[in-house]
Design a binder for this molecule. Sequence first.
Ligand code: FAD
Length: 465
Amino acid sequence: MEGEFTPRADALRHKFRGEVLEPGDPVFEQMRRVYNANIDRHPALIARCRDVADVIAAVDFARETGRAAAIRGGGHNVGGLGTVDDEVLIDLSNLRGIRVEPKKRRVRVEGGCTIGELDHATCAFGLAVPAGIISTTGVGGLTLGGGFGHLSRQYGLTCDSLCSADIVTADGKLRYVDKDHHPDLLWAIKGGGGNYGVVTSFEFAAHPAKSIIGGPMFWSLDHTEELFAAYDQFIRRAPTQVSAFISFHIVPPMPPFPKDHHLETMCAIVWCYNGSEAEAKEVMEPLTSRIPPTFSMVGPIAYTELQSMFDGLMPHGLHHYWKSVFLRDLPAEAIEVHKEFGPRVANIHTTMHMYPLNGAVHRVGPKETAFNYRDVQYAANIVGIAETAEGLEPIKQWVREYFEALEPYSVGTGYTNFLFGDEDDKMIRAAFGDNYDRLVAIKTEYDPDNLFRINHNIRPAKARA
Ligand SMILES: Cc1cc2nc3c(=O)[nH]c(=O)nc-3n(C[C@H](O)[C@H](O)[C@H](O)COP(=O)(O)OP(=O)(O)OC[C@H]3O[C@@H](n4cnc5c(N)ncnc54)[C@H](O)[C@@H]3O)c2cc1C
């Protein structure tokens, strides 16, 4: 079967090392899918790149055929930004090279790597880049939206460790960006998402993470109110070596979870301490002695193991609907909202995670990177997941109601990487905060025709700069 581009696609194939996939090809069918099974989009063509030359050819192809260029890194974006209907999809899943320079504490990662691959490579040298908590997530989308995880209170956002990048811009040029070369572009990709081009490689500073104490602790729901209040007091002042996010879960009915609590809905705190076990105990003690957990699974653990601990609960192919808010404070009224909605998580996959965004994240000024929200305490993420599309419908309702109840205590927006895409323009614009105008100016310079618009889009100004 011929795709609408077939003659031109053949010309692209001549320049390509990777695959140029068109509808009708069984590989196309497989490759058009993303992590969230609820997203069902049909690109006009998928350019599955093998190297930078392929990326340049694919960007030129999209521009010359008058199509938008969607970019896929890890394909994890739950709103489906890693795929598209009727436009060109540039897939980076074959760009997976990683090179660690242990002495310099630097790591260069190609644009299609997952954070599991990044962690695997750096951990061999006792190093880590702060990134997300599910190992199958793409480094690309995560970094470009900011990126946070277990080590962020100590080492900042993922984008704070970004030193340089190779990026193919809308004109098909490969640009090396660092503090001396296109510093405006480097600034913009630290939170501005996939708006500025295809990042073919990222260079990060890596940080010591040799001995990790981590894992979840669970409390019965009777403690919800006092636990959230105690957690809030604790995490604002705790040393930055400790990270802890608070959440609601139905305990999975399988080892290593204790049988007595299988399928019980509980509150949890997932800990990560970068240091010795004795120090970890001492640091956690003010909270754990005040409200002792029902059971604890915290102990010495390889960083890579902690980073993939929840992968089994979030495999590819489930149906997702998420909402997110940033919170500057956690007043008693917001805790009441958690107490009302958190215990209604519908299944072992569905959850609410509230991540602390303080410590080293606050050491960077709001204008120093495109990621603007350097004064919020928490990113609360309401994660609705079901095994079927039908099963997701009632869960969507719960996500929306939880979100609407929490919104009055938020800054009016949430973390771009957790937004679903059905938010209004106001909320998307607000997600870039006071940096929006500068982001528009840089977008206008590098992508005046908005070739890269399948993202939380920063529209270029009408007139070319
Ligand atoms: C299960 C799960 C857990 C998560 N946990 C965390 C977490 O702990 N911390 C956190 O910060 N986030 C987390 N996220 C959110 C995650 O950061 C976003 O979903 C992010 O968009 C994923 O990046 P990706 O490359 O996999 O996405 P994709 O769907 O491939 O791409 C998403 C967007 O990023 C852009 N993009 C991706 N790669 C590139 C590239 N190389 N060059 C240019 N643009 C690119 C694309 O334009 C697209 O708009 C999680 C997501 C999931 C599904």
